[in-house]
Design a protein around this ligand. Structure first.
Ligand code: 26Q
Length: 816
């Protein structure tokens, strides 16, 4: 029986929104216009918007059900969503109407936007990619679900105190989260520990401890479509039983304390320190969310199917790196031990269902887990992994892999030293597709780290170059440019970014070029105002804005950038009267809290900034600023203001990069190495519109093999030597002259692993070419336009269409 429910059909006019706003403030927030603080208005407005999303959500869910669609489950430990309010308004096409409605009740919308906290449930590129993919799946109508963890504390807030990074907790839920729907009725038990007992064909897992995973749902709107998707995040809940037993023993306090401990599993996001410390809580997190997710998707499947026979026709599970790879043994466990499927049938299903994206080539960043820890926490899963390994090694030997060395290299268990499970190997063996995230990365993957597997399973490996959503990274973050593009070539680019190619025809059109420059200048003024407000620093919007915004990591080579800044500074001081091109060098990014070198690099940037910015001889010719607390919202403000995009990783280390795409889309020119997606960006925007320098991945290998000698470079290049000596002897740190000596030795005497010195001279030469081009303003503008016009293929819509066709085998839903 269906109840006779009647709903208001919510309209999009300013008037309808004003009415919703009043209702939501009153009945949703419990305030009136007199008592409401700005935060309350934001909350009420968010609820009014959410109501309109829910309408679409219900329609989509019904269509999915009617069409018995194949669903994609995108499993990721990270979703770096940022703010939702503006994004949802734009998706619904009600931005101006909401602004008017708020103005009618005396609230300035722009002033409340900044009150929304970022949902910062991710570290960097991998987490933001997941967020862009959700946006694109919804926009394309791909039936997709994001699954992850609802961390109480997201990415830490970075404060800079005396030039050093200080971490503060990010309690993003403090004011409540109007975008989520708690689903207390959707809870699954997640077991840990215990022992296993074999019983005819299946295995029982006994004497475990458990915690519950409770669902929180967020609607993901598609742009200019009724289609929406769901992001389901799990939060840990201790259950009643746990309390009762302890309570019965008369220890009420301990009962409550133990609740807290078991709920810790969803407490915080682990920062990526790239040398994975074997943290037990991290392993618990990984299992916690995939366990709940696998139970949930089996339940959803069985609601509309009576047997599991067609499971793999209706379910695709994608692993965003190896972090969710325990989903594989967990699904096998559920199919075999709970649903009593045969092992062979279960294995067949696994391979059809799973696919895996690799995001790094650096061996120290590949996840492995100690067999002892795995066996203690997840004894059944360790058995399953051993069984998969045995079957795999048989298969490998059938296919002719007999050589003992090769078997050892490919085994899921690394037996050298303390035995460890190689999570990437598990993902490869159990997936039907494995992809890298740029052409170069996918090639290196097949020729270097996973070469044995690529020989064994040549059809399994593929490339899907990353992409970014144009809705957030142009439409939302860069209104002046978005408006200009709308006026010049129409609005279709928002759902088909290749439309931007139409801008090519406008190069040489003086009025378009002037408007293009004006849009950039407007963004630079906005950033300069913000910087003035926050740091007191004043800079000239007509200077060249040079930006390196990304996590702080040795391989990303912020040090190379700093060395150039120091050399430029020394040159200015030596010859202040030359016709210097004024530059503002901006850095932003977080260092993992345990990564000492990365933190020292932040301090160096800030010490160099103090020296440069306070030298009266330098003046406007050079300014250096480290912008604190880089995250999605700060990126949205900074990126549109960039002239120059620094993408200077050691070739072969940056899997793809996505900041490179965002900056090019906003009309910055790239200075970069032939690494990750930089290569494809160069091919698309034209080599004359990008500044490429440095050793190629191949040359990097050759250099290392031949015995790289950084000290020789140091000795032979006087300017470089001088800069490094300044770092070593305390020129930038007179209060603590030895502060940066470790940086010096790392580069000069301890091998310079990332070849900073090897690429230095070419980098400086490329920077000189940048200056020459920038003073030719028409030439620069033409190149900037060529960048915007050329990056259409780096839309996440293109990436998702490729995943859907080549990896997931899913079709868009028919919205009727
Ligand atoms: C693993 C285990 C324990 C703790 C933390 C981690 C961990 C967390 C996050 C390891 C790695 C990450 C994040 C990696 C990441 O962001 N990689 C980037 O992914 C982007 C999207 O594909 C690429 O564009 C970047 O090149 C790549 O660096």
């Amino acid at each position: 029986m269906t109840a006779r429910l009647e709903f208001d059909q919510l309209q999009s006019s300013a008037e309808a929104l004003r009415r919703s706003l009043s209702n939501r403030l009153m009945y949703g927030v419990g305030k009136d216009a007199v008592t409401a603080i700005p935060q309350d208005w934001l909350h009420a407005a968010a609820l009014a918007v959410r109501d309109r999303l829910v309408q679409r959500w219900m329609v989509t869910t019904r269509r999915q059900y009617e069409q018995d669609v194949k669903r994609v489950y995108y499993l990721s430990m990270e979703f770096l969503i940022g703010r939702t309010f503006s994004n949802a308004l734009l998706a619904l096409g009600i931005y101006d109407q909401m602004k008017e409605a708020l103005a009618d009740v005396g609230v300035d919308m722009e002033s409340i936007l900044d009150l929304e906290p970022d949902a910062a449930l991710g570290n960097g590129g991998l987490g933001r990619l997941a967020a862009c993919f959700l946006d694109s799946m919804a926009t394309l109508g791909i039936p997709g679900f994001g699954y992850g963890i609802r961390y109480d504390y997201g990415m830490f807030r970075q404060q800079i105190v005396d030039g050093e990074q200080v971490e503060a907790p990010d309690y993003w839920l403090r004011a409540g989260n109007p975008w989520e729907f708690p689903r207390p009725e959707v809870q699954y038990r997640v077991h840990f520990g215990g022992r296993t007992v074999r019983r005819d064909g299946h295995v029982e897992w006994l004497d475990t401890q458990h915690v519950n995973a409770m669902a929180y749902d967020t609607v993901i709107p598609g742009y200019a479509t009724d289609a929406t998707n769901t992001l389901r995040l799990w939060s840990a809940r201790a259950d009643e039983e746990l309390d009762l037993s302890a309570f019965n023993q008369g220890d009420y306090q301990r009962a409550v304390e133990s609740r807290n401990i078991s709920e810790n599993v969803s407490r915080l996001l682990y920062p990526d320190d790239s040398t994975v410390a074997g943290r037990e809580l991290r392993l618990r997190q990984e299992y916690f969310f995939v366990c709940a997710t696998m139970q949930d998707l089996i339940r959803r499947y069985l609601r509309t199917h009576s047997t599991l026979a067609r499971f793999s026709d209706k379910v695709a599970v994608h692993l965003n790196d190896t972090h969710p790879v325990l989903a594989i043994p967990e699904l096998i466990r559920l199919l075999v031990d709970v649903h009593r499927m045969s092992w062979d049938e279960a294995i067949g299903n696994i391979r059809r269902v799973f696919s895996y994206t690799n995001h790094t080539l650096m061996p120290e960043a590949l996840e492995t887990w100690d067999v002892e820890l795995l066996g203690r926490l997840l004894p059944r899963h360790l058995q399953i992994i051993y069984d998969i390994n045995a079957a795999f090694l048989d298969e490998a030997s059938d296919k002719g892999a007999h050589e003992l060395d090769m078997i050892r290299r490919m085994s899921l268990v690394d037996e050298s030293g303390q035995r460890r499970v190689r999570m990437a190997h598990l993902a490869i063996v159990a997936s039907h597709k494995v992809n890298g995230v740029s052409k170069l990365h996918s090639q290196l993957m097949q020729h270097d780290i996973f070469a044995d597997f690529a020989r064994l399973y040549p059809d399994r490996f593929t490339n899907v170059t990353n992409g970014i959503t144009p809705r957030r990274w142009l439409g939302q973050s860069n209104p002046p440019l978005a408006r200009l593009i709308d006026e010049s070539i129409g609005t279709k680019w928002r759902t088909d970014l290749t439309e931007l190619a139409g801008l090519r025809g406008l190069r040489g059109d003086a009025s378009f070029e002037a408007a293009f420059r004006a849009a950039k200048r407007c963004n630079k003024v906005r950033l300069a105002q913000r910087a003035k407000l926050r740091s007191g620093m004043v800079f000239d919007p007509d200077a060249l804005f040079d930006m390196q915004v990304k996590r702080i990591h040795e391989y990303k080579r912020q040090l190379l950038n700093v060395l150039h800044v120091i050399v430029r500074y020394n040159r200015i001081v030596a010859d202040p009267q030359r016709d210097w091109v004024p530059r503002v060098v901006l850095f932003a990014g977080k260092a993992a809290s345990a990564y000492r070198m990365a933190k020292t690099i932040i301090k160096l940037i800030n010490d160099v900034a103090v020296k440069v910015n306070n030298d009266p001889v330098v003046g406007e010719r050079l300014k250096v600023l480290f912008v604190p607390n880089y995250g999605v919202s700060i990126a949205e403000m900074m990126i549109p203001a960039a002239d120059l995009s620094e993408q200077i990783s050691t070739a072969g280390t940056e899997a793809s990069g996505t900041g490179n795409m965002k900056l090019a889309l906003n009309g910055a020119l790239t200075i970069g190495t032939l690494d990750g997606a930089n290569i494809e960006i160069g091919e698309s925007v034209g080599q004359e519109n990008i500044f490429i320098f440095g050793n190629t991945a191949e040359q990097v290998n050759a250099l290392r093999a031949a015995g790289y000698r950084p000290r020789q470079i140091y000795e032979e290049n006087a300017e470089l030597r001088n800069a490094l000596d300044q770092i070593r002897t305390g020129f930038f740190s007179p209060d603590d002259p030895a502060r940066f000596s470790e940086i010096f030795y790392t580069l000069v005497d301890w091998g310079d692993h990332y070849l900073v010195l090897a690429d230095f001279a070419e980098f400086v030469a490329a920077q000189e070419a940048v200056d020459r081009r920038f003073v030719d303003m028409p030439g620069w503008t033409a190149s900037a336009i060529a960048n915007v016009a050329g990056v259409g293929q780096f839309s996440s819509d293109r990436a998702i269409a490729e995943y859907a066709r080549d990896i997931w085998n899913v079709k868009p839903i028919d919205m009727g």
